[in-house]
Design a protein around this ligand. Structure first.
Ligand code: UDP
Length: 328
């Protein structure tokens, strides 16, 4: 039985990856320090013999007994609120964390796949974003802790590949959504659905003309699985090219939830990318992959998940002052 270590396993993406690798017959070692991840995302796997959970911070030395075939490094805060609240941990998990993962992979002769992000492109001046675009990132802005950690992570991963001959894969993940997103992580989809369910107005930042392209989590997991098993070592964009403005997105959520609330406008956070859309030519060619789930279907499934949450969870609001980080 092949063994895979998944860091950030209790998070949104990590937990879906655990499910997928269990389904594919792997032995899964799940690792998480539970700062932003939640055990409830993976507790259904605990009874399984081929599933283990290590409560560990990957920024510290990682010990895993026995052999290991694959490592997927998905540990990281991944929403603007999270990395503004815990900037140092965000930098550490992308730098010390990846170093530990790569060192472990070298010791075990395992293949590593790292979760990179469209944030490496920053506020892009090339549209749609192709993998050969180097990006437009402000290193000292509020997003810098995340963007630069991820850029460092890519550099470190390529260095282990070229210098040590390690088997490495890099996925650049664009905005992804689906069940198990944290309701209060500040990302736009849980923010809008949470507001609709609580009977609050939907907060659009700026004038809502900024765009994003949202990919359903099952499609993303399929792309990652294919990339891991491929022989391609350079970064590959995985995302859904269907682009939408945030204002239109708010209107879609209003329609989906049937809320009587309206859209209200707040200041745009600093360095908020104006447009984002993946060019997925590479993924199509190399992995024979493209997204299958359209937004209407994906949003319906995601909404059902949020509707199943308890009232208590729905009303648990984390306060974060985005205005503090807004251009004046
Ligand atoms: N956004 C918004 N209202 C919210 C939360 C986010 O208008 O309550 C906007 C945010 O400014 C950004 C977009 O939605 O332009 C996507 O934000 P998210 O935090 O989900 O991810 P990002 O792609 O910016 O990392």
């Amino acid at each position: 039985m092949k063994k895979v270590l998944i860091t950030g396993a209790a998070g949104f993406l990590g937990s879906h990856l655990c499910d997928r690798f269990i389904k594919e017959g792997f032995h899964v070692i799940a690792m998480d320090n539970l700062i932003t991840g939640r055990l409830s995302n993976i507790e259904h796997l605990f009874p399984l013999k081929n599933f283990e959970f290590y409560h560990h911070d990957v920024s510290k030395f990682i010990h895993v007994p026995g052999n290991l075939d694959y490592i997927l490094h998905f540990a990281s805060p991944a929403s603007p609120i999270d990395y503004l609240k815990i900037p140092i941990q965000t930098l550490k998990v992308g730098s010390l964390g990846i170093h530990n993962c790569l060192g472990l992979a070298k010791a075990k002769n395992a293949r590593v796949l790292i979760a990179s992000t469209s944030e490496v492109y920053g506020d892009p001046t090339v549209h749609p974003q192709t993998e050969d675009y180097w990006g437009n990132v402000n290193p000292i802005g509020p997003r810098g802790v995340y963007d630069e950690a991820k850029r460092f992570q890519e550099a470190m991963t390529m260095a282990y590949h070229t210098f040590h001959g390690l088997e490495t894969r890099i996925v650049r993940i664009f905005n992804t959504y689906g069940p198990r997103m944290r309701l209060n992580d500040g990302r736009v989809l849980p923010a809008f659905i949470g507001q609709a369910l609580r009977g609050e107005d939907l907060t659009v930042f700026g004038d809502g003309s900024q765009t994003r392209s949202f990919c359903y989590v099952d499609d993303l997991v399929e792309g990652i699985y294919r990339l891991l098993l491929s022989s391609y070592v350079y970064p590959v964009n995985i995302g859904n090219p269907s682009e939408i403005t945030i204002k239109e997105f708010a209107e879609e959520i209003i329609k989906l939830t049937g809320t009587k609330q309206k859209v209200i406008y707040k200041n745009l956070p600093q360095d908020d990318p104006k447009q984002r859309q993946p060019d997925i030519t590479k993924a199509k060619e190399i992995l024979n992959w493209e997204p299958k789930v359209d937004r209407a279907e994906g949003l319906k499934k995601t909404y059902e998940y949020f509707c199943s949450l308890s009232k208590e969870e729905l009303n648990k609001k984390e306060h974060f002052d985005f205005e503090k980080y807004t251009l004046r």
